[in-house]
Design a protein around this ligand. Structure first.
Ligand code: GAP
Length: 441
């Protein structure tokens, strides 16, 4: 519940959001007809749209609106040599303990010496458990055919560094950005889509002169923090946290996390790291290829440092849902509403003929045809208009466009705004421009 209503967040906010996600087709447990499959999820009709909008918002900010960042879409299935060189085969581990009493397995650093299942403190010694998913490329299952599902998208950018340099003629500072699936065999996936074994990342590797690394690290902290605020995360639910030296990943000289205040406490949305020249040097040594930059103007040759903003798309989508969820009253009636930024909402507009009347539906379809080129629209003719407004509020649709009998006379429609429920009459001729303008398009 929002600050505007003065109400507190409900204690069971996660449960309410999970229920909404299931009920309205945002997120379904995967393989549900078979009883589900190990904390994996499928994104339904509305979730697929919301997730796409999160990724598009990231892409616009990180690639489209810049001339110093280029795109990449690298393979998910990848060679063991990449992960050997990157250090993931030896270092990408979590400490695993077994409970000797109930035989559940846990991440040692998350349970403070006590089994969360049965309460026993009789746990085994922690041992390093590698999080990479291993598979075989081709029909023969032997060492020579081992492949890994990537646990981060980042390595695709490092191993293509020279390809990108040669084909784009970019020079530092410049970045390579990628959005895509990553896989980690998490010991304890938890909190809905917060931690899953299959998830989506939005990562950018920004290659800079080593002497400029600190400057760019600070720059990206600032940029990335503002991105969440701009898309509607309330400032009191967002913070930056710098890692202590003993928390740093094996490749990092400095890392700060953008954290969101989840119902269970502050937790990470994104890590911004100074990866130094660790990855380029490691791949250079392992492959024998020179992964460096030669500045023809100055005659300078160096291995760039890398500043990496690495965000989770699926996790961030959950944060946007939690931040947007609200229950308030409209006209004495309770409603659930998602105050999603219009750029993130699954539908930006819903076209609603007041009734199924033969005369209204064709005009409503005309209105729909005018809006579809500029935004994602729903078209709903079922149930009363009040119920349809509630349904659109609940999935975060910022604008409902109602076509009524007067529309046949005056060529205008009613536009209702989700958060205020204010209604204005807009001529159909200028509707697309009006909605487009309100969406900032
Ligand atoms: N390339 C650096 C890297 O992968 P990370 O902090 O391990 O860094 C980046 O991951 C982001 O990916 C995290 O901040 C988080 O948002 C997301 N992420 C990581 N593991 C995840 C998981 N198991 N489920 C969902 N999202 C995850």
């Amino acid at each position: 519940m929002t600050e505007e209503t003065g109400a507190q967040q409900p204690d069971d906010l996660v449960e309410r959001v999970v229920n909404l996600c299931k009920r309205r087709g945002f997120i379904f447990p995967s393989a549900e007809i078979y009883g589900g499959f190990r904390s994996t999820y499928d994104y339904g009709p509305l979730g697929a749209l919301l997730l796409r909008n999160v990724k598009d918002a990231w892409w616009r900010a990180m690639v489209q609106r810049r001339d110093d960042v280029v795109a990449l879409d690298a393979a998910i299935l990848s060679a063991p040599k990449i992960w050997e060189a990157s250090g993931h085969l030896s270092n990408f581990t979590d400490p695993l303990v077994d409970c000797r009493n109930c035989h559940e397995r846990w991440r040692a650093d998350k349970i403070e010496g006590q089994c969360p299942n049965c309460g026993s403190t009789d746990l085994t010694e922690a041992r390093a458990f590698n999080l990479m998913f291993k598979t075989f490329a081709g029909p023969v299952e032997e060492d020579a055919t081992v492949a890994y599902l990537r646990p981060e998208t980042a390595q695709g950018m490092f191993v293509n560094f020279v390809n990108v340099l040669q084909t784009t003629r970019k020079k530092p500072p410049f970045g390579i950005a990628q959005v895509g699936k990553s896989f980690r065999n998490e010991i304890t996936p938890q909190n809905f889509v917060f931690r899953t074994r299959e998830f989506e990342q939005m990562e950018m590797e920004y290659f800079v002169r080593p002497a400029d690394a600190q400057k760019w690290f600070d720059y990206w902290l600032d940029e990335r923090f503002r991105w969440y605020l701009d898309l509607g995360i309330p400032p009191d639910k967002l913070r930056l946290r710098h890692h202590e030296a003993d928390e740093l990943s094996h490749y990092s000289a400095a890392t700060a996390d953008v954290e969101f205040l989840f119902p269970w406490g502050w937790d990470e949305l994104e890590g911004i790291a100074n990866r130094t020249d660790f990855d380029l040097k490691a791949h250079s040594a392992a492959s024998g290829e020179k992964l460096e930059y030669f500045d023809q103007a100055s005659g300078e040759r160096y291995v760039p440092y890398v500043i990496e903003p690495a965000a989770g798309a699926t996790r961030t989508m959950m944060a946007f849902l939690l931040a947007a969820y609200d229950e308030d009253e409209v006209g004495g009636e309770k409603r659930t509403v998602l105050h999603l930024d219009p750029r993130l909402a699954p539908y930006q507009a819903a076209v609603l003929p007041l009734s199924k009347n033969d005369a209204l539906v064709p005009l409503s379809r005309e209105v729909l045809g005018q809006l579809q080129p500029i935004c994602m629209c729903d078209f709903d003719v079922t149930q009363s208009i009040g119920k349809r407004y509630r349904r659109q509020d609940e999935v975060g649709t910022p604008f409902c466009v109602t076509v009524d009998f007067e529309s046949l006379e005056d060529g205008a429609v009613t536009v209702r705004e989700r958060d205020t429920t204010a209604q204005v009459r807009v001529p159909i001729d200028t509707l697309a421009a009006e909605i487009g303008g309100r969406l900032g398009r």
